[in-house]
Design a binder for this molecule. Sequence first.
Ligand SMILES: [Zn+2]
Length: 309
Amino acid sequence: MTAVWFAALALLLAGPVPALLARARWTWQVPRAALVLWQAIALGAVLATLGAGLASLSLLVTEEPGFPFLERHGPVQTTLIGLGSALVAVVTVRFWVVATFVGVRTRRRRNRHRDLVDLLHRNESLSQVNAALLSGTGVRVLAGPGRVAYCVPGVRSRVVVSDAMLASLTPEEVRAVLAHERAHLRARHDLVLEGFTALHAAFPRVVSSQAALDSVRLLVEMLADDAARRRAGTQPLARALVALAGSGDPGQEMPVGSAALARVRRLAARPPRRGLSALTYAAAAVVLGGPTLAIAVPWLQASYRALAH
Ligand SMILES: [Zn+2]
């Protein structure tokens, strides 16, 4: 029965739960706690899948010598459990292989990108006021008509802006944009996203993996917005978002269509209700700890008893 419970939990955490959470709007009020909840759900799904596989295997191998399970339950049920275990193994191996591939590819692409922006950096295009703003290390300015602002995360991180963006925004707005990008780099939001990117790359046909990735991306933007508004003020950030969203340049990081609108609206909304963040953290603890413990403890006890004999 343990394997069935684990499998049911894995299906729940891989399907309906992320689908519901992706549609929720209350998460926008508490992006940090909501991201923790997303991570708890993803990790919970992975652990439950592993648990289902291990529990199935334990049915086949942790009893008396020979094949007592086969004798007791017949070939059909034994084959089903064997197939279930194999499926779990395939899912697990696939995830880790794809996650490694995504990690290696991302870092290689990032290194190339950083070398390129270092090469194309235009120091001379900075005005006096922006030179003071951009004095921090790692800011690179590109020439061109597009209004661009994004970051290249990693150990030697970069914030990349275009001279068109610097020319069209006020110094306060530029400060807000830079604070937003630096918040991404400081908090290593790229690592949070990488896990969900790997999940989506490994299982693209699972409907919720795309919804989860989109939702997590938006929450990460909102988290960086919160850091930027603390540093540069809400109004300059909102104006910068509107200005960059209106430019319609492809490939830029800050505006993301309707997501940019959601972010601007959110900046104008009331502060989050007290307790919502604590409730969300509690939900994360329950998602990860509660069912897993409830299923794992009896299973561990049964395994211990079987081994002690
Ligand atoms: Zn961002």
